[in-house]
Design a protein. Sequence first.
Length: 73
Amino acid sequence: MIARHRGIRGKFRAPLFPYLQVLSFVLSGVFILSLGFVSLEIGFITLLIGLIIHGLHKEIVKHKEKYEIGKKI
């Protein structure tokens, strides 16, 4: 944003913009849909399990830090 205000132009150019980006988006969707329902279901379940583990770990660390801080005082 600051570069635009200063009139600086970037050196990077995306080839075939925006057609290449749209094509990659569409092909990614086709690839995901071609995996089949079972694969998508397994991926979703794995994601949920990972989020639950992450949340539990975060709570355990917070509780442990709180206990250790209280113990040191």
